[in-house]
Design a protein around this ligand. Sequence first.
Ligand SMILES: Nc1ncnc2c1ncn2[C@@H]1O[C@H](COP(=O)(O)OP(=O)(O)OP(=O)(O)O)[C@@H](O)[C@H]1O
Length: 580
Amino acid sequence: MDSVNITLPDDAWKDSFDKLLDPRPQLRELNIIKRNVRRSFNFDSSVENSNSNLLSVSNVSHPNLLEPKTPGPSANMKLTANNVSSISTPCPKRLRSMLFDCALSPIGGLKLDGLIADLNPKMIEVKENAEAPIRKTKQVCFKPNVDKPQIAVADRKRTKTVLAEIRRSSLVLQPGKWQKNLITWRRTCHQQDMPPRSDPGQKQSLPKKSTPAVNLEATIRNSRKSVNVKTSLEAVMPLSHEKQVLKYCNQRRALRFGTAYAASKMIGSSKIGEGVYGEVFKYTPKNSTEIDVVLKVIPIEGEIQVNGETQKTFEQILPEIIISKEMCNLRDNQANATLGYVDIYNVCLVKGHYPDHLIHLWEDFDSAKESENEHPEIFSDSQLFIVLELKYAGTDLSTFTFLNAEQSYYALQQIASALAVGEEALQFEHRDLHWGNILIEKTDNRELAYKLNGKDLSVKTKGIKLTIIDYTLSRVTVDENCHYNDLSVDEELFEATGDYQYDIYRMMRDELKNDWSKYAPKTNVFWISYINSKLIDGVKYRNPNSKTHKLYLDKLKTLQDIMLTFSSAGDCIRHINNCS
Ligand SMILES: Nc1ncnc2c1ncn2[C@@H]1O[C@H](COP(=O)(O)OP(=O)(O)OP(=O)(O)O)[C@@H](O)[C@H]1O
């Protein structure tokens, strides 16, 4: 009988990386190199893949929507016409797909200007193999970034459009705190568009971080709305927003900033963070040395722009105060309770110059980490501030090193459980739960207790406790009032790329059909899916080679495969509890 020789050549198992190492055996001994190189390909691919200019993804864009295990609204989700339809999920299914199924670096491939699908043998193979479900649904083609000759011959209007397109497509933001990124991007763009303006009145003592030369448009994050859906006495004769804020502060008038937060009352203080709207300090109160307090100091009602943004008004800060208090109150709620939202000790309205000792802390932080915010000396003596006094809740997820995936698996359960409780109690959607807005601290408690619809739940801590912060974009219903941030007029946020995070804003917009007052708990599922993607392929692990790590990493991946079929965080948590 004729035997057909189907034996593969000896080096058939080798990939291009192995071939590269063959003539350099000393490098092969450093196994770690190979592992790291591969990992960073996958990780960086999230950046590359989410650049709308490089990839044109039609039809269903999210990997988890390709093969939903159960049909749901998300299964039909399409990112439509005027949306940027790029998705950047660094997810296992995606890694199995065509882009990564080649010997060459997918990233190098993406950067080849002028490469078109028909010239790529891999793409031809995909066209012919109409049976393969993953490849069939995801129609990716490489296109040249910009058609240069066309710009040259086009009329002015067309050129302007193309240039605007180029500028927009370059809106690649870092993961995490997008507001700062966006402002820096806007500054750069506007400064490129407009002639530089001299500012003779600028104070010499205020260096690089002084008010930007360009008067930026009022931004979307100032479009906070509170909609009363029921006529109550207060709705007929509403208190002024200032009075409502004072009511929440238990004050009749603003206190002097320097007196309320005098250096003598604060031990071991330091500046620990900053956002677009405020500075964050940490200290131990002199009369209560057991606890660490965090001050989030937000200037309001002033004329001057701060960090490139118009200051919030009483009306705009009120929902953030209300949401912070309501979420914190869930600690003691009868039917739906959780400790997962940051504990708020007090809210205070203060007036006056920034106290000297806080200015020194600001300068220390600036020297060590280079602040992106403006020097607090810009504030006059009539400046008002809202100060949120919060419980210190640890370091953020992006900088935390987990022991292993078992620890992060239960961390995900903590977040999903807290969101589920928020949904039931207040129709809560966080809407901006990136990894800078989840804080982690150590705990001695073995389990954390939750109450969901009157039912007791518990989640293992594995030594850590997670806390959700920052409700700037959040939505809640309190006493039939709906508080939300209207993002419908925003342009740039939905065009940003650079991380799966920026796909989530587009996915939320599609889910809500751009009506940001609507309650759609699916947005919480989107953020759980984002957090899970970070736990799978973004955070650091101390023991990534242990059996336990691998076992739980698989659990996270299995969950990720079906994540977007859940309709709410509650739905997701019910599934997890049924499985365990
Ligand atoms: N309770 C807390 N415990 C520990 N650190 C905190 C706490 N609250 C805030 N921080 C730190 O301060 C940073 C800024 O806080 P936060 O995100 O609330 O500010 P923000 O002004 O809303 O930021 P953004 O620019 O996203 O609007 C956080 O990323 C975190 O590092």
